[in-house]
Design a protein around this ligand. Structure first.
Ligand SMILES: [Zn+2]
Length: 253
């Protein structure tokens, strides 16, 4: 039976059975007024769909609860987190891109690919992604972790930032680390990547080594940055994120 990811803003409808949280199958939610559905892929042979409803309360239905995407990702694991992110981004893309940026006419979805087209001027539009690099900087036995001013108090993570137009990922790594903490890095190596749906990013992970410089935070994005030894780490991100995987890799090394 197909799984249905029913969104209301950043929350998703879950169904509780035997004390376990599930994404509902269609028979559980067929009472909902669903105006538009989006195919988002398959999970172990089960087809998955996303949709959005305007009401976050399911009246008189005791087994249902809306849970935010990040919390639900932690409960259900990474494969579900990816589908949650994909569903959310596709719904947002459809909602927020109704008209042609070139001529202002209404655009419509294509059947054969995830895109929209303007019939008036022929322009095709694809869902927008914003690539960002994320990098662990290592100096001997220590890792560079920074407290972003948007983080909750005491939380530190690796350096990250958006790739600029015309920039390679490696150039982006060097620029971001220099801009945010004033450090020069070398020996940049690809680590892995992760779609990050807040709101439409994909994180490309790297490891790098310290070359030179003293830590000097930018003060606008980063409030504090330090070198940390393995046994003296501060609060770090949860294990859904590639940031955590980079830090775990440092701990294993
Ligand atoms: Zn147009």
């Amino acid at each position: 039976m197909d799984l249905w990811f029913v969104f209301n803003d950043d929350k998703v409808l879950t169904y509780k059975e035997n004390e376990e949280v599930h994404i509902p199958t269609y028979d559980k939610i067929d009472f909902l007024d669903i105006k538009e559905e989006y195919y988002i892929g398959s999970l172990k042979g089960t087809e998955c769909y996303a949709c959005e409803i305007s009401e976050d309360k399911i009246y008189n239905k005791p087994y249902f609860e809306f849970i935010d995407i990040r919390s639900l990702g932690i409960i259900l694991g990474e494969r579900f987190f990816l589908l949650l992110g994909r569903g959310k981004q596709i719904i947002n893309w459809d909602k927020n891109n109704r008209f042609c940026g070139k001529c202002g006419s209404e655009i419509h979805k294509l059947d054969n690919e995830r895109a929209k087209k303007c019939d008036a001027c022929g322009t095709t539009y694809y869902p927008q992604l914003s690539p960002a690099i994320i990098v662990s900087v290592i100096k001997g036995e220590e890792i560079l972790l920074a407290h972003n001013l948007n983080f909750k108090e005491g939380l530190f993570s690796v350096i990250a930032g958006f790739v600029e137009a015309g920039e390679t990922f490696e150039e982006s790594v060097k620029r971001e680390v220099m801009e945010e903490v004033g450090i020069k890095v070398n020996n940049i190596k690809y680590f892995g990547n992760q779609p990050w749906p807040f709101p439409n990013s994909v994180m490309i992970g790297f490891t790098a080594e310290y070359e030179s410089g003293e830590i000097k935070v930018d003060g606008t994005e980063i409030g504090e940055a330090k070198w940390f030894k393995k046994d003296k780490l501060p609060d770090i991100p949860n294990n859904l994120s590639i940031a955590r995987k980079l830090i775990d890799e440092f701990l294993r090394s």
